[in-house]
Unconditional design. Structure first.
Length: 80
């Protein structure tokens, strides 16, 4: 194999649409969504002082979005 062949095979492997990491994240995202929408009962949530009554799925979805945002921020910051 020439170096040119090796470089092209590495490049095509790195840009694959379905890497193990992406599949794992997709499965995890589906499980999170199933968990969120299975928990639809009304709950009381207290954050420091105020107490709010809301469906549990909204609270879980909000925490999932905040967690994903924090993860994306730190992943991007680590790359730089």
């Amino acid at each position: 194999m020439s170096p040119k062949d090796t470089a092209s095979s590495t490049k095509s492997r790195g840009t694959s649409m379905f890497t193990p990491g992406r599949i794992a994240m997709l499965v995890l995202a589906v499980l999170v969504l199933v968990f969120i929408f299975e928990n639809t009962q009304e709950v009381k949530i207290r954050l420091l002082i105020p107490e709010v009554s809301m469906p549990l799925y909204l609270a879980l979805a909000a925490v999932a979005v905040i967690g994903a945002g924090c993860g994306a921020y730190f992943a991007r910051r680590k790359r730089k």
